[in-house]
Design a protein around this ligand. Structure first.
Ligand code: GAL
Length: 955
């Protein structure tokens, strides 16, 4: 007896890269050959398993009229309103049992069908190829009923020869896509699992004599100022570069004087490769990358990466990015002083690399390889150390290098991410080194640097980075000779990262340290009808890693977060230091002089700019400094604070920002504000059940303030709680320093206020309290002393910790409530944007105003946010509050407890009170959601403290 079983799907679990695809070659977007985009609406049928359906759908004449439709490029789980399954987010855990190369029987499989006609202009001669730029994770292809092959390698291109199969009309392209395959074991990147044809599908006409593969070699000799061009081409032809008067045969090299390419000066020459059958436009950048004197040098100079890790992300379309979104990323990066991108953790859409060439960004192009989940079994069975998988690894390396090799922006090839170590990686490195001697090889996972040209680490703490910079880190001989980068640092999850300016100072102190790449560019929040942006778990995943997927410098909708503004400041390419009667200006670019900038100088009095002057700065070369005289004498502040601001602005429009765009700035205080004065003269008097002191009315029994000059106030009283940030909460592997967890354990979110006494004397009202959590013996003796001069009310808060405090405090200050109906906005003199002790480099101190809504930073998972630092005074809700010393303020329409309880922003609803925190201190932010916590100097220790606020009602 025989049975007919399900169709064979053995290729799905086959470790090989696939069958039938053409060898990889250089990618280019356009040429004079015809092409036909097959993007658009495709017929779609979803099955629960790989073998649920036979192949009959691929046959010509198959009736798919009742199938659903999806848009290609796209991920089916992000289409169909949930009818096609949901995204799954895991960091490193495989969302299926680890038994390589096997995958679950439940293997969502999407059959895609597209019928197309050739355009009239399609030539009758020649042949054609079908190109798939990205399909996750395994695809099998048929054209007009004939199978072309199958492939894995989701973020890599695959081409198939289709010449004889094409018809003028009614071509049937059938693509079967499996969510899980052996390839999934190699694609365990920390991101959403998103199956589908998510990059372009294109039919390319290949005329007789069309270009095949070609390799543009364009080097630059900084000692002569000459570039050497040689284009190796499978198909002989000619190469022309009109601006350089070059017209040579392929394979022939030519040396001429050129302007070099760098990320700062991205000079591209338009050229053309002409083969007998095709003209391919080239954009040529001359540059030489070398490892020299233990340093990464480009065109003879050591470079400093001011980089970011970029995953491809769009909140609605996932990793199916359109050109405008890619351009937006590049523009945002350039406008925020970034100069480098690591394409974590796979080659991006090739158009992104064109943009990096054009606008100028150094690129580490990373292979589509991560096997992180094997760490759960101590790397046993790791595919990168198993020869059976090596062909797949080599195929991935080749598809990346061959596709992307003609981009001047790429300076490093990266073997992949978090894949342990093994022979397969070594084989990849050897192949890459052999194929492209003009670039360096990166891989973080091997700290011995066996296969790499750079010592790379992630999340190394400041002190360790400094040790490495001083070459005190030891290590094997080869590593000791290599430069160092942090391929990931500064974990931008939620509020933060902290400590960036401190890292930058260390990078700049030691030559061996060549900078780093923040983790990461964008929050991968998914637009969700009820939740705003969804994260892990929001789609009911059985295994997930929550909001660890939201750890970017920009929000899912690409609005810059304060972390990006802070980074921009930390890495700014011009430095200013106050000097006697002047300012010392330093050019911190690697290649550009300062002639593209103009400098604006102004004084501000009490935070108000008083008019701009031009500061004349010589066109300093990289590394040079000059001392420049201030262009005007300081105005008399008459007791108000006087300071200056100097700004470096683009002197002319650039492709990425207009004239006047701010590149760098600095401020100095020239004359401090006068002390606030003691506010004495008035004394407390009893009035029924109230005590009146100047403009203040207090509850006579409790000493609680009720109103100031008729403005109702709840509180103020001591507050130490903040809704823990992701960086406070820390990562699960950091048991002793997860402050968010320890704070909660101690009970800092449920402090009790015991009233010990209300005392009125001739000129003050004193309220004595002890603030402490239930079940613990630690506490904070807190004394509120109120005085007044009749018009203003001064509060001095004295805090004395009792008991053995083993943890820092989240914050230390007072919280008060104001009537929401009367509190729409705030006006203040202090930092313009959000700032915390170690995220304060970008705190520009001026007079600012903002609505209460604008004072909130919309972190995808709600948490402490929005504090303004260095505040001298703030006016809101009919009150003016001055502080001594300067303070932090935040204001929101919900309490910290409500903020803490919320999982999404949509959980937060405004109440009748605006809650205002006036803080003497805040604990640092750090990077502990993945890396190190705040540096010790940013700890808010439980120590005796005293601070004052002066309140007055304003009309
Ligand atoms: C790194 C990893 C990234 C990401 C990050 C944490 O270990 O390379 O992919 O997971 O940690 O967000």
């Amino acid at each position: 007896m025989s049975f007919r079983t399900t169709p064979s799907v053995s290729y799905v679990e086959d470790v090989s890269p696939g069958r039938g695809a053409l060898p990889p070659r250089a990618w280019y977007a356009t040429s004079d050959a015809e092409s036909l985009s097959l993007n658009g609406s495709w017929r779609f049928r979803l099955s629960a398993t790989a073998g649920a359906q036979d192949d009959s759908f691929a046959a010509e004449g198959y009736g798919a009229g009742d199938w659903a439709e999806v848009t290609v490029p796209g991920h089916w789980v992000l289409q169909g309103d949930g009818a096609f399954g949901s995204p799954i987010y895991t960091n490193h855990l495989y969302p299926f049992p680890v038994d390589p190369p096997h995958v679950p029987t439940e293997n969502p499989t999407g059959d895609h069908l597209r019928v197309f006609d050739l355009p009239d202009a399609w030539p009758a001669d020649g042949t054609a190829v079908l190109r798939f730029d990205g399909v996750e994770s395994c695809a099998r292809i048929w054209l007009n009923g004939t199978e072309l092959g199958e492939f894995k390698g989701s973020r890599l291109p695959h081409e198939f020869a289709v010449g004889e199969l094409l018809k003028p009309a009614g071509n049937v392209l059938a693509v079967r896509v499996h969510q899980w395959s052996a390839g999934s074991y190699l694609e365990d990147q920390d991101q959403w699992w998103l199956p589908g044809i998510f990059r372009d599908v294109t039919l390319l006409h290949r005329p007789e004599g069309a270009a095949g593969d070609f390799f543009v070699h364009a080097s630059y000799d900084h000692s002569t100022g000459e570039g050497t061009l040689c284009v190796d081409s499978d198909v002989d032809g000619r190469v022309s570069v009109p601006a350089l008067d070059i017209d040579v045969a392929t394979g022939e090299s030519v040396t001429v004087a050129v302007e070099p390419w760098s990320a700062e000066t991205p000079k591209l020459y338009d050229g053309e490769l002409v083969t007998p059958g095709e003209r391919v436009p080239l954009r040529i950048g001359f540059r030489t990358v070398a490892l020299e004197d233990g340093l990464i040098k480009v065109n003879g100079r050591a470079i400093l990466f001011k980089g970011v890790n970029r995953h491809e992300w769009h909140p609605e379309r996932g990793r199916a990015l359109d050109l405008e979104t890619m351009r937006e990323d590049v523009l945002l990066m350039k406008r925020h002083n970034l100069n480098a991108v690591r394409t974590s953790h796979y080659p991006p859409h090739p158009a992104f690399l064109d943009l990096c060439d054009e606008y100028g960004l150094w690129v580490i192009d990373e292979c589509d390889l991560e096997t992180h989940g094997f760490t759960e079994q101590r790397w046993r069975d790791n595919p990168v150390d198993d020869d059976r998988w090596t062909p797949a690894l080599l195929d991935r390396a080749a598809r990346m290098v061959e596709r992307d090799k003609n981009h001047p922006s790429i300076v490093f090839w990266s073997l992949g991410n978090e894949a342990g170590t093994g022979r397969g990686l070594t084989a990849m490195a050897e192949w890459i080194h052999g194929r492209d001697t003009s670039r360096l090889v990166h891989y973080e996972g091997d700290w011995n640097c066996r296969d790499t040209d750079v010592y790379s680490r992630m999340y190394a703490p400041h002190a360790e980075v400094e040790r490495i910079g001083k070459r005190l880190d030891g290590g094997p001989g080869k590593r000791r000779e290599l430069p160092f980068i942090q391929c990931e640092y500064g974990h931008a999850m939620g509020n933060g990262p902290g400590g960036l300016a401190d890292y930058q100072r260390i990078f700049e102190r030691h030559d061996r340290l060549q900078g780093g790449f923040i983790w990461e560019w964008i929050d991968h929040g998914v637009t969700h009808p009820e939740l705003g942006f969804a994260y892990g778990g929001d789609f009911g995943e059985e295994l997930h890693d929550g909001n660890f997927v939201c750890d970017g410098l920009v929000f899912p909708d690409r609005r810059p977060s304060p972390g990006l503004v802070e980074y921009k400041k930390a890495i700014e390419p011009v430095r200013f230091e106050g000097a006697d009667g002047g300012v010392r200006v330093t050019n911190a670019y690697d290649f550009a002089d300062l002639s593209h900038l103009e400098f604006e100088f102004s004084y501000q009095v009490d935070g108000m700019p008083t008019g701009a002057h031009t500061l004349t700065v010589p066109p300093l070369a990289p590394g040079e400094s000059a001392e420049v005289k201030l262009p005007a004498a300081a105005p008399d502040g008459d007791g108000a604070e006087v300071g200056w601001t100097v700004r470096a602005l683009l002197a002319a429009d650039t492709p990425w920002a207009g004239r006047g765009h701010e590149v760098a700035w600095a401020q100095r205080t020239v004359a401090p504000r006068a002390p606030l004065g003691t506010a004495t003269g008035a004394g407390p008097t009893a009035a029924g059940d109230l005590i009146v002191l100047g403009p203040g009315a207090f509850d006579a029994r409790t000493g609680a303030l009720r109103s100031i000059g008729g403005v109702d106030v709840t509180g103020p009283r001591l507050d130490v709680w903040r809704a823990p940030t992701d960086n406070d909460e820390g990562a699960s592997w950091q048991d002793d320093t997860r402050w968010g967890v320890l704070w909660r354990k101690l009970g800092l979110h449920r402090m009790r206020h015991r009233l010990d006494g209300v005392e009125a004397d001739a000129d003050s009202l004193t309220v004595r309290t002890r603030v402490a959590p239930a079940a613990r013996d630690v506490g904070l003796r807190t004394v509120y002393r109120w005085t007044s001069d009749g018009e203003r009310l001064r509060l001095t808060v004295s805090v004395s910790p009792e008991g053995d405090w083993k943890v820092p405090l989240p914050r230390l200050g007072v919280r008060l409530g104001l009537r929401a109906a009367l509190t729409e906005s705030a006006l203040w003199f202090g930092s313009g944007g959000e700032a915390y002790p170690d995220t304060r480099a970008a705190a520009k101190l001026l007079r600012w105003d903002a609505s209460i809504e604008e004072l909130q930073t919309p972190y995808v998972r709600p948490q402490e946010n929005g504090a303004r630092s260095d505040v001298r005074w703030v006016e809101l809700g009919g009150l003016r509050v001055e502080g001594e010393p300067e303070f932090w303020f935040s204001a929101r329409r919900w309490t910290s407890e409500q903020l803490d309880a919320a999982r999404h922003l949509t959980d937060l609803t405004p109440g009748e009170t605006v809650w205002v925190n006036l803080d003497h201190g805040q604990h640092g932010i750090g990077s502990q959601s993945c890396g190190p916590g705040p540096l010790p100097q940013y700890f808010l220790k439980a120590e005796p403290a005293e601070f004052s606020f002066v309140f007055s009602a304003i009309g």
